[in-house]
Design a protein around this ligand. Structure first.
Ligand code: FAD
Length: 411
């Protein structure tokens, strides 16, 4: 009996597992589908997504939510496999969805483990072979297909391959950038890489004294002194800099850029003039207090003390009644805008996604097939595509997996 042709999928993460399911459903047993995963089990990263709840899509997903040299590369895939397709797909494997704030889609049961289990059960039902602890170190392409070389395992031949090896973000969960090496050796170009959806480090030392403080405020990102975006929400001071969802989202937009500043507004609902007037009236009302307590009941007192010091008040034991008009003006300005120079990020170890990746223009956006090597496909985060915070990255993993699988099974 003739052996079945093989579709090998390198990487058993979000896009690799779904590509295998789509391919197996479409091929109806005519081809053998094998997932090769370097970790001891598939889908480790899925368990960590959405704080363990797996924000697996966003109802508003559109190419505007993606970044890279050519975000429009996502358009066709998102039109063929959109967020409703994702909801239907998960329903087909027993996972009910729910929609939350800003269009974020989660499993109704709030458990990322249920998403991973449902994917594993479906792979099993469809007879997809999974080989774990199977890192691919090299790919040799020739006329008959591909030879996949693994240092610790026997090599494997396949007629078609999907490289679904992810980027460099959170290497402890599997994706260590080795997919980029495989593609570079096959003459594909990889753009500059940088962590995104990540905490930002600041040059200013005063953040250390604010470590652990959370506040609802507005963060605006500037690149070369030009404002590029702002985000409002809960911001966290840490010993190295800034964290929280607004900062994560801004890190998506400032990735790969230099000379970044984050300007914080501690009272975004009030104008500078209103803040100034509030401080002037408090000086009278709270004249019996010391400056160190001037902000109590207005904004976080430690943040207030930081603005007082920056405004030139040397000793916080200074009676409130003695705060000068000039100090009040400066404090109001600092409450509306305290500037932090960004010195870097917390690195790939802490990042949720990779900015940069394999050059999209070397792939066909209708099939995800390489324009350089026939029969080679890529899916997910390995591309020079990264999405906003809110379910967009997993949606891209599924949409790209769908197109790659549809085309790769046509052997
Ligand atoms: C903590 C965290 C939370 C996140 N939360 C969300 C969220 O809520 N919503 C959202 O949309 N996105 C989220 N993301 C991003 C999202 O998880 C990724 O963008 C998505 O998983 C990418 O899918 P992928 O299949 O391309 O890569 P991955 O899921 O990274 O999978 C790649 C797989 O390939 C394997 N591999 C790598 N190299 C090789 C090799 N050489 N040989 C064999 N196997 C290999 C890896 O071990 C891994 O299992 C989060 C990411 C992190 C780290």
């Amino acid at each position: 009996m003739k052996n079945k042709p093989i579709l090998a999928i390198i990487g058993g993460g979000a896009s690799g597992m779904t590509a295998a399911i789509f391919a197996a459903r479409k091929s109806k047993g005519k081809i053998k589908i094998i997932i090769l995963e370097k970790m001891d089990r598939v889908g480790k990263k899925i368990l960590a997504t959405g704080n363990g709840r797996c924000n697996f899509s966003n109802i508003f997903a559109d190419c505007k939510n993606y970044h890279g040299k050519s975000p429009e590369f996502t358009s066709y895939a998102l039109s063929k496999f959109n967020p409703l397709s994702t909801i239907d797909f998960f329903a087909s494997i027993g996972v009910l969805s729910k929609q939350e704030q800003d269009g974020r889609i989660y499993p109704y049961c709030d458990r990322a483990s249920s998403v991973l289990d449902a994917l594993r059960f479906e792979l099993d039902r469809l007879g997809v072979e999974i080989r774990t602890s199977f890192k691919i170190n090299e790919i040799i392409a020739d006329k008959s297909g591909f030879k996949l070389i693994s240092k610790n395992n026997p090599s494997l031949s396949a007629q078609r391959i999907i490289i679904a090896a992810g980027g460099c973000a959170s290497p402890n969960l599997g994706s260590d950038g080795s997919g980029f090496e495989l593609l570079r050796k096959l003459s594909h170009k990889v753009t500059k890489l940088s962590p995104a959806l990540v905490q930002l480090k600041t040059e200013e030392k005063e953040v250390r004294s604010l470590k652990g403080i959370k506040f609802i405020g507005k963060a605006s990102a500037y690149v070369n002194d030009k404002k590029i975006a702002d985000q409002t929400g809960e911001i966290l001071f840490t010993d190295y800099g800034l964290s929280g969802i607004p900062i994560f989202q801004l890190s998506v937009l400032t990735a790969l850029k230099d000379n970044i500043k984050i300007k914080l507004d501690f009272m975004p609902e009030y104008s500078y003039k209103e803040v100034y007037e509030i401080l002037i009236s408090r000086r009278k009302q709270l004249s019996h207090l010391r400056s160190e307590n001037f902000f109590n009941g207005l904004i976080n007192n430690k943040i207030g003390c930081m603005t007082a010091k920056k405004s030139g008040i040397e000793k916080l034991s200074l009676p409130v009644k003695d705060i000068s008009d000039e100090n009040i003006k400066k404090m109001a300005a600092l409450i509306k805008q305290t500037v932090f120079n960004i010195s870097g990020t917390k690195g790939f170890e802490n990042a949720q996604v990779t900015a940069g990746g394999v050059l999209c223009s070397e792939f066909d956006d209708k099939t995800m097939q390489s324009k350089l090597i026939k029969g080679l496909y890529c899916t997910g985060e390995i591309y020079d595509i990264w999405g906003d915070c809110g379910g967009f990255n997993l949606q891209w993993a599924f949409s790209s997996a769908f197109l790659a699988a549809e085309s790769a099974v046509n052997l």
